[in-house]
Design a protein around this ligand. Structure first.
Ligand code: COS
Length: 390
């Protein structure tokens, strides 16, 4: 077993670190303060190749492996989770779904535009009444002579206001009941300029203030017969496989938050003096730093393992859920601890730990709650589906 990164991976990581420090860290506080979705910065991350990092070069991507991609996402996550969310959604949810399930024509049509940032994409799975129980889609798609008509509503959709392409999951056969209802789902490729697509900003979020989050209404939205990823009935698998990539990305971003908490806390503790000496010299402060380092290292190893399995093309749903569960919970704890190290100074946005604390909270909720990750892990270990009554 080799824990060393290759020279190329070190270069990828160092480049992402430099880019983050130069372009993202400076803007993060102001963008959060102003609730500003920074399209100029999105263009820069696209130019850097980060919007299609795992997409092969022939479709306009950077052609990176998952482990490489995880290194990039960690660095961006250290800088700003709102920016990291753009990368996670565009690359892991939207591009990876098209890459895995799209026809050659669909890949050639959509991927270059998404990788270059010319188009943004969004992932319309969650609904007002459908969160963890993702198979219970209330959005309906009805077959017509010209294709499909979609009616319904989506909720908590990152980039819903800015996306040109929306992946919309909908039920095509409302007569299906559990446990087969997921077999009626389809994933539609919706041009958001279509009449009937309307997005509205969700205001007053706790964190991710520089990220766009929208609710979407779909009123008689028309799509063509070929505007489907995979076949009718594949929709649930499209969503789950995209989430295998999305959860990896969230986990990697959380390693970045953990790392940021360690670095900020060490720096602050060495500068801040109390009782006549830097607080870094007190054992109780060092213990808090040690706790954060432990959580950071363990999370990073789990993310790397999941990335390694993805690069080998091996099954990784279990390991991805383990990484997502551990890294997100660890990041919540690290952000809390980092504020403790900073004391009152951590309670205002002069230091990034205040933003880490607010931004990290959503990571144990979105792309599958911690409880859903435990359900996936428990199911894999026992072979028993806790959702099916025995
Ligand atoms: N990749 C591909 N296919 C998968 C899969 C995966 N990771 N996980 C499950 N599937 C397939 C199963 O193989 C099964 O296929 P068959 O119909 O051929 O048997 C089908 O999907 C249904 O799977 P399952 O029975 O596990 O579905 P459940 O309804 O029990 O749901 C959970 C499983 C709870 C894990 C799923 O609904 C889930 O992940 N919920 C959370 C949703 C979420 O993360 N939402 C946040 C979105 S923010 S973007």
């Amino acid at each position: 077993m080799d824990f060393d990164l290759t020279d190329e991976q070190r270069l990828i990581r160092d480049t992402a670190r430099e880019f983050t420090d130069k372009e993202i860290v400076e803007r993060a506080r102001e963008n959060a303060r102003n609730h500003h979705f920074d399209l100029e910065l999105v263009k820069k991350i696209a130019d850097q190749g980060y919007l299609g990092a795992i997409v092969p070069r022939e479709y306009g991507g950077a052609g990176l492996g998952y482990l490489d991609y995880g290194l990039v996402v960690e660095e961006i996550g250290r800088g700003c989770s709102s920016v990291r969310t753009v990368i996670s959604v565009q690359t892991s949810l939207v591009c990876s779904a098209i890459l895995k399930w799209g026809t050659e024509e669909q890949k050639q049509h959509y991927l270059p535009k998404l990788c270059s940032g010319e188009w943004l994409g969004c992932f319309g799975l969650t609904e007002p009444d459908t969160g963890s129980d993702a198979a219970n889609q209330r959005t309906r798609a009805t077959k017509t002579d010209e294709g499909w008509t979609i009616n319904g509503a989506k909720m908590w959709i990152s980039m819903g206001n800015y996306a040109k392409l929306a992946l919309i999951f909908a039920q095509t056969d409302p007569d299906l009941d559990p446990p087969t209802r997921h077999r009626g789902l389809a994933c539609f490729l919706v041009d958001t300029d279509q009449p009937g697509y309307q997005a509205q900003t969700i205001e007053h979020k706790m964190g991710l203030h520089a990220s766009d989050t929208a609710s979407i209404s779909l009123d008689e939205v028309k799509v063509g017969p070929d505007d489907i990823l995979g076949e009718v009935g594949d929709g649930f698998k499209v969503a789950m496989s995209a989430l295998d990539s999305g959860r990896f990305s969230v986990a990697a971003g959380c390693v970045g938050i953990c790392q940021g908490c360690v670095e900020e806390s060490v720096n602050y503790a060495k500068e801040r003096e109390q009782f006549g000496r830097p607080i870094a010299s007190f054992q109780l402060v060092q213990a808090m730093i040690a706790d954060m380092v432990l959580k950071t290292d363990a999370s990073r190893m789990l993310v790397w393992r999941a990335g390694f399995l993805k690069d080998k093309g091996r099954p990784n749903t279990l390991e991805t859920s383990v990484a997502k569960l551990h890294a997100t919970e660890a990041a919540v704890e690290c952000a809390n601890t980092a504020i403790q190290v900073h004391g009152g100074a951590g309670y205002v946005d002069d230091h990034p730990v205040e933003r880490y604390f607010r931004d990290v909270r959503v990571t144990t909720l979105y792309e599958g709650t911690s409880q859903i990750q435990k359900l996936i892990i428990g199911r894999a270990m026992t072979g028993i589906n806790a959702l099916v009554p025995s």
